[in-house]
Write a protein of this length. Sequence first.
Length: 138
Amino acid sequence: MSRFRRYEDVSVGDLIPPEPLSFEIDSQVCGAFLAATGNDADLYGVCDGDRAPSMIASVYLIDLLKARCSPPGGIHAKQAIRFHRTVRTGECLSLQGRITDKYVRKERPYVVADFEARSADGELVSSGRITSIWGKDQ
């Protein structure tokens, strides 16, 4: 059995993944993100409790995209992220998506998922939408 999901097996309403992912914004993750993006660490700081860059969301979205189990060859068509409050180093966020639409355009299968990242106390930290062209079924 393939570890990838077939397009026909993806349904509107599916939770991705069934249980939320956990992502810790620790000082090492924050520091690596700042270094990779060429940002000055003095602007954010990298100690526990300091403000982390909002776009660190792009790091934890990678795990969410992997959790969809889409086959190779898919295309990340677009995404939108809304930031509801500052992320701080030392926080642990939970992340989960829900399939909100799927359609075929120009013979290509699309999947749309909305996602939310929440703090340990359930506060909404960021949310957004990812639209992808699904990879070819194996």
